[in-house]
Design a protein around this ligand. Structure first.
Ligand code: ZN
Length: 154
């Protein structure tokens, strides 16, 4: 196992991490370690973007993203473990991650039944798939209906 970094990659976001992973050629045997606060920001960004909690463990382009616990990684840096062989490291899997109910409300258009957000805007993937999973998990009774943009008279 080889430790690379800490590297400065600019503001640490899903986009900058993705770009850096592609540039560095990291893959499924490798891990990126982030400061706890930095990982928290990335998780918030993920939730805002996909309207679903970030899976745990989370693999970005096959690379495990993890909080640095046994070494110091500054908030604006990343450390790569190449060929990470630490005991208990989760294996990359193409299986979908275990479903997590984040407690958010599910809205559907009152007219056509499409999944929408609280503002009545039609959900795109993967938010739509997540809403479907929430429904399956909780049952139809948990759905709120809403006059939505798809069927509003313009
Ligand atoms: Zn509609």
């Amino acid at each position: 196992m080889e430790k690379l970094g800490p590297y400065y990659i600019g503001p640490v976001t899903l986009g900058s991490l993705r770009g850096w992973i592609l540039d560095s050629g990291l893959g499924q045997a490798d891990t990126l370690l982030l400061h706890a606060a930095t990982l928290e920001n990335v998780m918030e960004e993920y939730r805002a973007l996909y309207r679903a909690p970030m899976p745990d463990p989370y693999f970005l382009l096959g690379v495990l993203l993890e909080e640095a616990t046994d070494m110091l990684v500054p908030e604006d840096r990343v450390v790569a473990l190449v060929g990470d062989q630490r005991v208990g490291r989760p294996e990359y899997s193409t299986e979908p991650p275990a479903f997590v109910d984040d407690g958010s409300e599910v809205f559907r258009c009152v007219d056509c039944g499409q999944f929408v957000n609280e503002n009545g805007e039609v959900l795109e993937q993967p938010a739509r798939a997540y809403a479907q999973q929430l429904l399956r998990h909780r049952g139809e009774v948990a759905t709120r209906h809403r006059s939505a943009e798809c069927c509003r008279i313009k």
